[in-house]
Design a protein. Structure first.
Lengths: 540, 324
């Protein structure tokens, strides 16, 4: 039936009013909205990076590096475990993605395996209890060999931990930049997505995440230089590290691979200036563990050099003049004021567990975003006017009602998007405008149907009523198929496609209310306003 | 009351309601033409290939704006070609002071793309401001290509499942052929004219699917209704009647969509131009396909004629008997 009860009219008008109130803040600037009284809604649609400008970086962790580091750790631990248990072994070596332990006495294998169980860690799972171990320890094929192999689940857990640690570290570094509003989330198994609205220059950001900032202190081989080692052979346990800068000193150093102290033991790092030369330096302080290790090392090695290594490059190799017992020191190394600042930030925030590679970057400058908004507004207005003219031309007075319905549709769509906090993107604007064109379709279907029904000789009221009812089946069918498309777009799509899908979906949902219910109510109002029994023609 | 202030006037009937264009007469040639168009498009996509944008091909795209005056494209080209970054495409973008620079994917993995970008930045920093940067590495571009393809395929499947559920399998088959036609021919046109094919084009293709099936469903709905109404009418005649009856709606909705898209295409800015172009093409092709492919196919496939409730009940009982 065409009729509307008072309650229904009231509810529809209330819905429209709420929609207008919720959508309203989007028309004004942030400052204006902030000055509004408390009872008005203040929430605005956040603008996407393509509209307000900003950076989008997709980073990938180095899985191989994570695995290699893990195997190295496992080897050190296994060595310690076997030594503590006084089980002799001839070697522990990495073979592909596993470790092979060769025992001195093959008959000690069972005992050794039992001992090596100590290097395993259970993978905790809150729901399922323990999810097994992160490594398998098993007998090798040759007698007297044991294989230590990371499990799938163990690797997954490692990746999760590495991602969480990376996100935390990036967050700290980025916060040190003094900017907010960035979002950093994990994506897939080995990726991290950084979204940074309003960022004008990505150089600084990239520099901050591009370096792992692994700071280590190493013992320098006292009897051999890197060049000599290259010509002859590198002693066991040592490795050649290149120098960071070519400043006339040695190009490379021969250092013990296992560091004396690692970045984890660093308690603080601050940029500063050398009191004598005035050049930028970094003042650092170890925590208790680090301070003790460093004190012991420097006590034993007075008069010998040690190396300060950042990201596997030797920053400097000063000679220890006296034991450093207090646990603090100074690093100098041709820094500029900016680079010493940045390095201090990186050191303070801890090292990244692995190198991060940028696999996708999308940056939009703020001026382009503003242009896009302006273009979108202009195109939307002109498109809207075209729709209004076409509709009124085709359907007369009822066309006017349809246009009111379209306006309601637009307002409700914006209101819903504001409520759920969906981001407005450039494709989103296109979706909004397209949604209007699709909403018109509902009215076209209804009005064409009304015309048909009237042609069969029905009275105006009966014709209008039948038109709405018959057309509704078709409208529902066509909207549902479009909805299916939109949902798939959202499900599979990334970035721009998603923004578009969200707008399209909301547009479909609101079009039923706006183009069917609201327009029907307007027509009912119009019918009621006509003098009784005088409706000869329906203006459609 | 307010309602009395609204002028009362009738709209213009663009199409006479008793218009009976003989669409079904052309169903043979139309289907043949559509199949040929599909085959040509497929061949184009296979041989010439699609002009993939950065999203799908990998590489970098940098939009530059001069700090003052017009862009000197030839000078810029000379400078950037000297960087050893392979084929560098440079074109004016919208206005004379905007330039779009495209770098192909650099050999050497993900990090190499960033190195190339650094070189371009260093070479252009003095005269230009970067308005937009897009860098897509090899891993991501192949993933995006894959998900884009899956999205379109899944879109078609979901629609077909829905049409099958709501109508009969013949309607679903008609819809899937029509939708495949729309996607293929749009892709073919993109390939032929070397329009850039990127993520937003895929979004456009998905929307076209939605729009085209919208059209097909409206016609199908009318066919089903007429099947109930005219039990004895010859099928081809009935299909023709259904197309004609919904024609004014088809054209009017199409016209509003085209009006809006044209406005978006002309005034909506360079960034989403390829999206709007694909949409424009798709609306036209989608309208064509529901009239000339989906409905005529039903003429060949035939449909269930008795849609009355009694027939439905009879069907249900035979089905349950068969199960028992």
């Amino acid at each position: 039936m065409l009729q509307f009860t008072r309650t229904k009219v009231f509810l529809i008008l209330l819905t429209c009013l709420v929609g207008i109130l919720v959508a309203m803040p989007n028309l004004f600037s942030k400052e204006t909205v902030a000055s509004w009284p408390w009872y008005l809604p203040h929430k605005q649609m956040p603008l996407g990076l393509d509209l307000q400008g900003g950076a989008h970086l997709l980073l990938e962790m180095d899985q191989n590096e994570i695995k290699k580091d893990w195997l190295n750790n496992l080897r050190d631990e296994s060595r310690k475990v076997l030594r503590d248990a006084r089980i002799g072994f001839t070697g522990i070596g990495a073979q592909g993605s596993q470790l092979v332990v060769k025992l001195a006495k093959p008959d000690e294998r069972d005992k050794a395996i039992k001992e090596l169980y100590k290097v395993r860690q259970t993978i905790g799972s809150a729901v399922l209890g323990t999810g097994g171990y992160d490594v398998d320890v098993s007998e090798g094929s040759d007698p007297g060999t044991i294989i230590i192999k990371p499990t799938e689940a163990g690797m997954r857990a490692r990746l999760s931990n590495a991602a969480a640690a990376s996100i935390e570290t990036i967050n700290r570094r980025v916060n040190n930049l003094g900017t907010s509003e960035s979002t950093i989330v994990r994506q897939g198994t080995d990726r991290i997505l950084i979204q940074f609205p309003g960022l004008k220059d990505t150089k600084e950001l990239k520099a901050l995440i591009g370096e792992t900032a692994k700071l280590t202190f190493h013992e320098v081989n006292p009897s051999m230089t890197a060049e000599e080692a290259q010509q002859t052979s590198i002693p066991a346990g040592y490795k050649i590290y290149p120098a960071d800068k070519d400043d006339g000193g040695p190009r490379a150093y021969l250092l013990r691979e296992t560091p004396v102290v690692q970045g984890e033991d660093l308690a603080d790092a601050q940029p500063g200036f050398d009191s004598r030369t005035g050049e930028p330096v970094i003042n650092f302080r170890f925590n208790q563990v680090g301070a003790r290790k460093f004190a012991n090392f420097t006590k034993d090695n007075v008069g010998r050099p040690f190396a300060i290594v950042l990201d596997d490059k030797v920053l400097s190799a000063p000679v220890i003049r006296e034991p450093i017992l207090g646990g603090s020191g100074q690093i100098s190394g041709n820094f500029s004021v900016e680079s010493s600042n940045r390095l201090a930030v990186q050191l303070r925030s801890g090292s990244l567990p692995t190198k991060l590679t940028i696999v996708e970057e999308r940056t939009v400058g703020p001026s382009l975003g503003a242009d896009s908004i302006a273009d979108g507004k202009l195109a939307g207005t002109i498109g809207g006017i075209a729709v209004v003219i076409l509709t009124i031309l085709a359907y007369g007075t009822f066309g006017i009602f349809a246009c009111v319905g379209l306006l309601v549709h637009l307002i409700m769509t914006v209101a819903l998007m504001t409520l759920i906090g969906s981001t407005l993107t450039l494709p989103g604007i296109a979706g909004l405008v397209l949604g209007v064109a699709m909403a018109v379709d509902a009215n076209v279907l209804i009005y064409e149907r009304i015309r048909e029904e009237l042609r069969t000789g029905k009275t105006p009221v009966a014709g209008i009523d039948a038109g709405f009812q018959r057309a509704f089946v078709t409208i529902a069918d066509s909207q549902l198929t479009t909805l299916a498309c939109a949902i798939i777009m959202f499900w599979l799509g990334s970035g721009p496609i998603r923004g578009f899908a969200v707008t399209l979906t909301i547009g479909i949902l609101t079009s039923i209310f706006a183009s069917v219910t609201v327009v029907r109510m307007l027509i009912w109002f119009w019918l009621r306003a006509q003098p009784k029994g005088r409706i000869q023609t329906v203006p459609v | 009351m307010l309602m009395k202030l609204i002028p009362v006037f009738k709209g213009v009937d663009f199409f006479p309601h008793d218009l009976r264009l003989p669409f079904m007469k052309f169903k043979g040639p139309a289907l043949a033409a559509s199949i040929i168009a599909m085959l040509i498009s497929l061949t184009l996509c296979m041989t010439l290939g699609l002009n993939y944008g950065v999203d799908f091909k990998g590489g970098s795209l940098v939009e530059l704006k001069t700090k003052s005056g017009k862009a000197d494209i030839s000078a810029l080209r000379e400078k950037l070609n000297g960087l050893g970054l392979g084929n560098v495409q440079i074109q004016e973008f919208g206005t004379p002071d905007d330039v779009l620079v495209r770098l192909e994917e650099q050999p050497g993995g993900e990090a190499a793309q960033q190195e190339a970008l650094k070189k371009v930045t260093a070479a252009t920093d003095a005269d230009y401001v970067q308005r937009r940067v897009e860098v897509v590495g090899p891993a991501v571009s192949s993933e995006l290509r894959m998900t884009g393809f899956i999205a379109v395929a899944a879109g078609i499947l979901a629609i077909v499942a829905y049409v099958w559920f709501r109508f009969e399998w013949q309607f679903a088959l008609g819809a899937v052929v029509a939708l495949t036609h729309d996607v293929l021919v749009t892709a073919g046109i993109f390939s032929l004219f070397r329009f850039e094919f990127d993520l937003s084009t895929v979004a456009a293709l998905l929307t076209i699917l939605g729009y085209s099936v919208n059209d097909t469903v409206v016609v199908s709905d009318r066919i089903r209704e007429n099947l109930r109404k005219y039990k004895k009418m010859e099928l081809n005649e009935l299909l023709n009647l259904s197309i004609n009856e919904t024609l004014s709606r088809t054209i009017l909705t199409g016209a509003t969509a085209v009006a809006v898209l044209l406005s978006l295409y002309i005034f909506g800015g360079e960034v989403i131009r390829s999206f709007n172009l694909a949409m424009l093409l798709g609306v036209v092709i989608g309208t064509y396909s529901s009239i000339f492919i989906a409905a005529p196919l039903l003429g060949y496939l035939g449909v269930k004629r008795d849609w009355s409730d009694a027939a439905a009940k009879a069907m249900a009982t035979t089905k349950s008997k068969a199960k028992a």
